[in-house]
Design a protein around this ligand. Structure first.
Ligand SMILES: [Zn+2]
Length: 152
């Protein structure tokens, strides 16, 4: 490499601005101009952290959300079919006692049991994750933006 000012052979050149012209110069000649600050290494592109709504993140790692009042809903659907807790229990493979607890929401049934209950009773117990997220989001922090969106 050769200095563009004095022509000296050097293995290190500095980019400087001399009278408005960018030149590669040697150690000695750099005093004639203004050193152009150049980052030695291109800054690594920062990984843009995706802003995932908090609640969505949580729901992804959770069981599906049950509809509000699911216990009551199960009970109502069962009574509509005129089934005893025992009858419903035998249909979904749960003990009568378990059905009672589920109806009282003392026990959150596992997802596969919920599916069986949905099928046996012909009701929907899982709510869409999106719905749950939107509800939680609105409850969490209503911003002006959210309020505006609501009107759209
Ligand atoms: Zn030079």
């Amino acid at each position: 490499m050769r200095c563009e000012v004095c022509g000296k052979e050097t293995n290190k050149l500095y980019p400087v601005l001399i009278e408005g012209v960018e030149m590669m110069v040697c150690e000695e000649c750099k005093k004639f101009g203004k050193l152009i600050e150049k980052k030695k290494k291109a800054a690594p592109i920062k990984k843009v952290k995706k802003i995932v709504p908090y609640s969505k993140d949580v729901f992804q790692n959770m069981d599906k959300d049950l509809v509000p009042g699911w216990g009551e809903k199960i009970k109502a659907a069962r009574e509509l079919k005129k089934w005893s807790r025992e009858q419903l229990g035998s249909k979904v493979g749960e003990k009568t006692n378990t059905i009672a607890k589920i109806e009282n929401e003392e026990l959150r049934p596992p997802d596969d049991t919920v599916k069986k209950l949905e099928k046996a009773l012909g009701i929907q117990l899982f709510q869409k994750i999106e719905d749950a997220v939107i509800k939680k989001k609105k409850a969490r922090n209503l911003t002006l933006g959210d309020l505006l969106k609501k009107d759209v």
